[in-house]
Design a protein around this ligand. Structure first.
Ligand code: CO
Length: 134
């Protein structure tokens, strides 16, 4: 069912510093920061030939990545995102298999303007997993 790896997301405390590290040290192309208030994050994307890296910085109070950064003060891999053809079919398959879909189970519009869902890390090898319809 899952398709390509769409991105790996890394939570960071300082998006400007992290972007500079990727741009200057690794020689990567980094997109301009995009604030996503409804997700509680500001993001940039590192565009690689075969996938993307998403750098996430907390935005506002109660950001979903604030607690993650408390536990991982240097930052760290926060989630991975796989592409699916049909997000509702994917959700129903997850639920039928007993996997937990976070939130109210309805897809939300993610950073790429496409519908996304998040799956509970305890059901996927300790890794927060995002599905994105492409
Ligand atoms: Co993501």
């Amino acid at each position: 069912m899952i398709g390509r790896l769409n991105h790996v997301a890394i939570a960071v405390r300082d998006l400007a510093a992290a972007s500079a590290r990727y741009r200057e040290t690794l020689g990567a192309h980094v997109t301009v920061p995009q604030a996503l208030p409804e997700h509680g994050v500001t993001v940039v994307f590192i565009e690689l030939p075969n996938t993307k890296i998403e750098l996430l910085e907390p935005l506002g109070d109660g950001s979903p990545i604030a607690r993650f950064l408390d536990k991982n003060p240097d930052g760290g891999i926060h989630h991975i995102c796989y592409e699916v053809d049909d997000i509702l079919a994917a959700r129903d398959r997850m639920l039928a298999a007993g996997a937990r879909v976070l939130g109210d189970g309805e897809p939300r519009i993610g950073a790429h303007g496409k519908p996304v869902l998040f799956l509970h890390p305890k059901d996927f090898c300790g890794t927060l997993t995002e599905l994105e319809q492409v």
